[in-house]
Design a protein around this ligand. Structure first.
Ligand code: FES
Ligand code: FES
Length: 154
């Protein structure tokens, strides 16, 4: 079936299989490998993207579901040469070690800051509890999100 949607600000029109997952469409067909394939079963958050501004797990979302909608991936951030405040904050606070979980955390945090521009540490931890990191122990990730909160654009 033909699916038309907006991907990182650009119109896309692609043929998808009825059972094709959004994660596979993004990574395998559209070459956007920033969205990570972690568990594949909705447990880790590495595949988080924004669908009409809401965080969704692309490993549990059918490609067909994005028809007529807007999808944002990590590749859509920092276009035009300037990093998103969340990207800057993650680098500054050392919230990245292997980096595998980072795109998912940043996309989820982006949705959080849009909804709640000044979240408390508890609210950050609660919102991001579906995103798992094997490396950092979360302290610096929470610091990064707090640091990005209140910066110019989310
Ligand atoms: S890859 Fe989607 S939640 Fe783990
Ligand atoms: S930085 Fe390695 S999994 Fe999070």
């Amino acid at each position: 079936m033909r699916v038309e949607f907006t991907l990182n600000g650009r119109k896309k029109s692609v043929d998808v299989e009825p059972n094709q997952l959004l994660l596979n469409l993004l990574r395998d067909e559209l070459g956007l490998t920033g969205t990570k394939y972690g568990c594949g079963i909705g447990m880790c958050g590495a595949c988080t993207v924004l669908l009409d501004g809401e965080p969704v797990l692309s490993c549990l979302t059918l490609a067909a579901e994005v028809d007529g909608k807007t999808v944002e991936t990590i590749e859509g951030l920092g276009e035009g040469g300037s990093l998103d405040p969340l990207q800057e904050a993650f680098m500054e606070t050392g919230a990245i070690q292997c980096g595998f979980c980072t795109p998912g955390f940043i996309m989820a945090a982006k949705a959080l800051l849009k909804e709640n521009p000044e979240p408390t540490e508890k609210e950050i931890r609660e919102y991001l509890k579906g995103n798992l990191c094997r490396c950092t122990g979360y302290v610096n990730i929470v610091k990064a999100v707090k640091s990005a909160a209140g910066r110019a654009k989310h």
